[in-house]
Write a protein that binds this ligand. Structure first.
Ligand code: ZN
Length: 536
């Protein structure tokens, strides 16, 4: 009898833990909002429309390779699962580890994620690795496998030969159809790159294909999944459609940079250089994410290539993904504004303003000066580890400065400056939700407390915030002057003091953030994609 009661208790206990575990997986699945990826393709040529499904097909194969790299056998894992939420969450995370929760395991039978991912044997130690003689062992495009007589370096083109051959064939087929010469060259060189594990010629060609209406980022690219050494790169793919309207606008605004530089609110010596955009900047809509970039949180901008030799020769391209930003704005930023912005000013929180602030942040990196005015060398060298936080802060503030000027010049007509200011404030409140560990987070907080000090905004008794237009405008000007001077003077101690004083979340704001975090606002988005584009 006692045994029976014990058994019953055990059963109840087991059912309960299983229930609560599945229930929490359901909650984790639902913490991502489902978004359908779409773009206007009607303006593309017939051939471009025929290329899109080839890209998507190739992207799906890149997705399969990432599964192998990150976990191993996808089908074996999925076939073991019966719970629909578990299956779905495994697919969202490309394995049994919860990416947005420190990669904690959420499927029974799995422990911590090995830092090797599947790039190295999971029991290989760093000491084992040191003993490998092959000079290619630190390569970005190979894996390490264990064999009878030790460890062996296997290039991706061999390790994933079936998948890679298929992707290369699809790229060649797309290259045949391509009308844009830059796209044609890039696609055929990318096919070669996959087959030979030599990616540089295709990266160089990608830098030259700026005029194409469609784009396909595909291959092994980022190294974050290799947590053991960071040598090896993960497969991913983006299928992208250019936003012709914004791309034209950006070209025009970049052309205005010299005039904007002259008007900066600072002494002549701090604005004596010729401003340059440095890199190519364009807006796109994404219609397909695959592999690494589709795992966990979704990026809203791409800055590539990573190959530093290519960057030295040709710079880099910055691709802003407008429809992804829109999805995050609608599902995350808008509900946060509902909580945090005073009711009378919520009408100013607009996607257009959010997108403008993001784009002008990028443009503003080109303003100001790169060299100190007092012989301390480049601003970057003089400000050392403090440089990137200040540079991000500069881009935020000068971005607002540019918006203000463009409205005054009549270059921006839809909306009003207040949209950009209130949306900017809501943006700061949104981005400190995940802490302020990185340069941009610290810069955000320095800006927040500077604005508070200048009464650019007020925190109301109900816990919402409102922008005070005139004070905000003055604060943008005075803050621009402060930052440009710190950079020009290469004032390392000044920057350090500023960031130490204000570069973190203080008590009152912490309470506001707790409100955001307990309001059930989605953590991120997950895509429903590809269904509409396969029928051309
Ligand atoms: Zn930036």
């Amino acid at each position: 009898m006692r045994k029976l009661i014990f058994l019953i208790l055990i059963t109840i206990f087991t059912v309960q833990t299983m229930y609560s575990q599945n229930n929490s997986i359901k909650q984790r699945v639902e913490s991502y909002r489902k978004v359908t990826l779409n773009a206007n393709l009607s303006w593309l040529s017939e051939k471009e429309k025929k290329i899109i499904p080839l890209f998507i097909e190739a992207a799906k194969i890149a997705d399969d390779i990432f599964w192998k790299q990150n976990f191993g056998d996808k089908d074996a894992l999925l076939s073991k699962l019966t719970d629909e939420y578990e299956k779905e969450f495994v697919k969202m995370n490309y394995g049994p580890w919860d990416i947005l929760n420190d990669e904690k395991p959420f499927i029974k039978g799995f422990g911590e994620k090995p830092p090797t991912a599947n790039f190295y044997p999971s029991d290989m130690t760093k000491a084992d690795f040191e003993k490998i003689k092959d000079p290619n062992k630190t390569g970005a495009y190979s894996i390490i496998v264990k064999e009878k007589d030790g460890y062996k370096v296997v290039p991706y083109s061999k390790a994933y030969s079936n998948e890679i051959r298929k992707i290369a064939d699809l790229l060649k087929e797309a290259a045949e159809l391509a009308e844009n010469p830059g796209l044609k060259t890039y696609l055929s060189l990318r096919a070669d790159a996959l087959l030979t594990d030599n990616y540089q010629p295709s990266d160089l060609a990608w830098m030259d294909m700026k005029s194409s209406n469609i784009d396909f980022v595909v291959g092994p690219i980022e190294n974050y999944t290799d947590k053991l050494f960071g040598y090896r790169t993960s497969f991913e793919a983006y299928v992208l459609i250019k936003d012709p309207e914004w791309s034209k606008k950006l070209e025009r605004f970049t052309g205005l940079l010299p005039e904007l530089q002259k008007g900066l609110p600072v002494d002549e010596v701090y604005k004596s250089e010729n401003p340059g955009s440095g890199s190519d900047l364009n807006a796109y809509d994404a219609i397909y994410y695959a592999g690494d970039c589709n795992a966990g949180g979704k990026t809203i901008a791409i800055n590539l290539p990573n190959d530093e030799e290519v960057q030295m020769k040709k710079g880099s391209r910055r691709l802003q993904l407008k429809n992804i930003m829109k999805a995050k704005f609608d599902n995350i930023m808008a509900p946060i504004s509902e909580l945090m912005i005073t009711p009378e000013q919520r009408k100013y929180v607009k996607f257009n303003a959010f997108f403008e602030n993001t784009m002008f942040h990028e443009v503003a990196h080109g303003l100001g000066i790169k060299n100190t005015i007092n012989g301390k060398g480049t601003v970057r060298d003089a400000l050392k580890e403090q440089n990137s936080a200040l540079e991000e802060g500069k881009a935020d503030i000068l971005g607002l400065y540019i918006v203000t000027k463009l409205y005054e010049m009549g270059e921006l007509k839809e909306g009003e400056v207040m949209d950009n200011y209130v949306t900017f404030l809501a943006g700061i409140l949104r981005s400190c939700r995940f802490g302020v560990a990185d340069a941009h987070g610290k810069a955000n907080m320095v800006r927040f407390y500077y604005f508070e000090d200048k009464k650019a905004f007020t925190r109301n008794s109900d816990g919402t915030y409102s922008v005070n237009f005139d004070n905000m405008k003055d604060a943008v000007i005075s803050s621009s002057a402060q930052i440009l001077k710190l950079q020009g003077d290469g004032d390392y101690d000044g920057v350090k003091a500023l960031i130490e004083k204000d570069g973190f979340i203080k008590e009152e704001l912490k309470k506001d953030l707790d409100r955001i975090n307990s309001a059930g606002i989605p953590l991120d988005i997950v895509f429903v994609q590809g269904v509409d584009y396969l029928k051309f």
